[in-house]
Design a protein around this ligand. Structure first.
Ligand code: HEC
Length: 315
């Protein structure tokens, strides 16, 4: 079902349970009004200012790519936003936001889903602020829309169906299963009662922490490999292609860390590892187990090579 990226339908394609249908109806009405109001404005802004993947999620929430320059901050301000919420791992440009009279809230999330702790922060962000909030990750396609849709659910009790519709509109990758699953998060009232403290710049996973996550995903891949590239018997929920995608994304995010202590050859190893994880994922999606075995072996070798060069012989 193709729709213009900025505009939302009402998500009525699927039946929802009675109580969520009331929410759905309400959300639908809001959206129908918004469609009329935004047909010109949001589309126009996106085209004029280069805010990529801009979508309006609700009367208070926009989702889009991370602001890169002053013009982007101006564009966000022009949307009426007084708060920017980043779910990206990069350090938010807090000063640039302040200069335009906006506040930042930082709730970094992973590509594997949204934890209840993070969801409680999204809820608090909606409660702590009034007016329009711009939610972004890096490209505005996967993590950002998921956080925006969940923030919408948390602040309005919209149905799972409506929240899921946001991800469809944003063209969030189907492979990011954890992000889609987050739309079904249960017991939202408990999250609303938590009231966590919000920060403008959160601590994010450093290289060592990312390596641990990569290592865990590689262990699950190894179990899947031993099970003939299917879910291992003791972990039926493991999806090998999904694990490869997470490894790929972690290596990608390491590349965005901007740490000057990493020299050029570090990034060559990193790029190679990211590329191998991507190839492995494609093998697994196409059930090419022979190629998967090769790329898995190459990926393991790239871990060793980079560790020899950059970890184990550090002076
Ligand atoms: C581009 C270089 C590079 C590649 C590729 C790489 N690593 Fe690492 N890894 C490092 C560096 C550097 C450290 C040390 C980080 C630190 O201590 O700050 C590290 C540390 C680790 C650690 C120890 C984390 C800790 O607790 O301190 C694990 C485990 C690890 N890597 C697993 C892997 C696996 C598995 C792969 C392959 C899928 C891999 N790494 C690929 C550079 C790399």
């Amino acid at each position: 079902m193709e729709r213009k990226p900025v505009i939302f339908g009402n998500g009525n394609g699927q039946r929802a349970p009675f109580e969520s249908r009331i929410g759905l109806l309400f959300c639908s009405l809001v959206r129908i009004v918004m469609i009329a109001a935004l047909m010109t404005t949001a589309t126009g802004n996106a085209a004029e200012t280069g805010l990529h993947n801009l979508i309006r999620v609700s009367d208070r929430i926009y989702s889009g790519a991370g602001p890169e320059d002053e013009a982007d901050f101006d564009a966000i301000r022009k949307l009426g936003a007084n708060t920017i919420l980043s779910v990206d791992g990069a350090r938010p440009a807090v000063d640039a936001a302040h200069a335009k009279g906006m506040r930042y809230i930082h709730v970094p999330i992973g590509y594997d889903g949204i934890t209840r702790e993070q969801a409680a922060q999204l809820s608090q962000a909606m409660e702590d602020t009034t007016g329009t909030i711009y939610i972004h990750c890096h490209h505005g396609q996967h993590r950002g829309p998921a956080a925006a849709a969940l923030a919408w659910r948390l602040s309005s009790d919209c149905s799972v169906t409506s929240a899921t519709e946001v991800l469809k509109q944003a063209k969030t990758g189907k492979d990011y299963k954890g992000l889609w699953a987050a739309m079904n998060m249960e017991d939202l009232p408990a999250l609303r009662r938590e009231h966590p403290t919000l920060v403008e710049t959160a601590k994010v996973a450093d290289l060592a922490a990312r390596m641990v996550l990569i290592d865990n995903a590689m262990d699950r891949l190894d179990e899947a490999r031993k099970a003939g590239w299917t879910a291992p018997p003791n972990h039926p929920d493991v999806d090998p292609a999904q694990e490869a995608l997470m490894v790929q994304e972690h290596f990608h995010e390491i590349g965005r860390m901007n740490d000057s202590k990493f020299q050029e050859d570090f990034h060559r190893w990193r790029e190679q590892a990211e590329g191998l994880a991507k190839q492995l994922r494609e093998d697994l999606k196409t059930n090419n187990t022979t190629s998967a075995a090769t790329h898995y072996g190459d990926l393991r070798q790239s871990c060793r090579s980079c560790h020899t060069a950059h970890r184990d012989n550090r002076r």
